[in-house]
Design a protein around this ligand. Sequence first.
Ligand code: NDP
Length: 241
Amino acid sequence: MERIALVTGGTRGIGAAIARRLARDGYKVAAIYHGNGAAAEAFRQETGIRVYRWDVSDFDACGAGAAAVARDLGGDIDILVNNAGITRDVMLHKMSPTQWNEVIASDLTSCFNMCRAVIAAMRDKGYGRIVNISSVNGQRGQLGQTNYAAAKAGMLGLTKALALESAARGITVNAVAPGYIATDMVAAMPDEVLQKIRAQIPVARLGRPDEVARIVQFLVSEEAGFITGSTFSANGGQYMG
Ligand code: NDP
């Protein structure tokens, strides 16, 4: 059976690596992006993977978007990877309500919006795989990231609660918490900050997007049906809590 997978933020960075890997495994994949149409079009041309544009922080857009994907790909969504996310780093004493709200909306509320859009069909079918991409900084905190750490920690709570709600319906819900991975998000950080971070990583390098994608590939497989409510860390030994 050809399973249908939807990856938010699937056109760049970690999400693109996940979308590629799932497509290679034979899943029908839809990759969602928000504003970078040039990157999305280049990704589509290179991979042949369908791309869709909507804002995952918009509840109605998620419902309509998921319905369009299901229609286009010919069935309900079996696999949801909540990967889209942004940062708006600044110390809390200088953080504006906008910087707080944008990150909570894009990184956490998006997760609710997308789960809400697909969960009824998964429950009816008795099968589903949901993977939420959190962060090491949601596990341990990071200065300048109260908004991001709160959103990413919130994803872990959502993961566990939804895992409990869904377990008897054949739906697993897990999280992956990457450390620092070489993507545009990390490239946007100042060099001196990045150097300090690299010095804190025991394996002495940044992670690669595909190293996160490999974990997701396993978690969405049929064989991973006994794993739910778990968080998988991939951080080069930076945090072992
Ligand atoms: P990138 O910035 O490289 O890519 C982000 C992707 O998310 C893009 O495709 C972007 O679309 C999409 N996106 C962002 N906001 C929205 C939105 N509102 N609606 C729809 N799509 C959206 O990020 P990374 O690959 O680095 O990160 C992916 C995930 O992994 C994020 O959740 C991040 O927090 C998490 N993470 C990343 C780490 C890292 O070191 N890189 C470490 C730990 C966690 P568009 O191209 O249109 O902008």
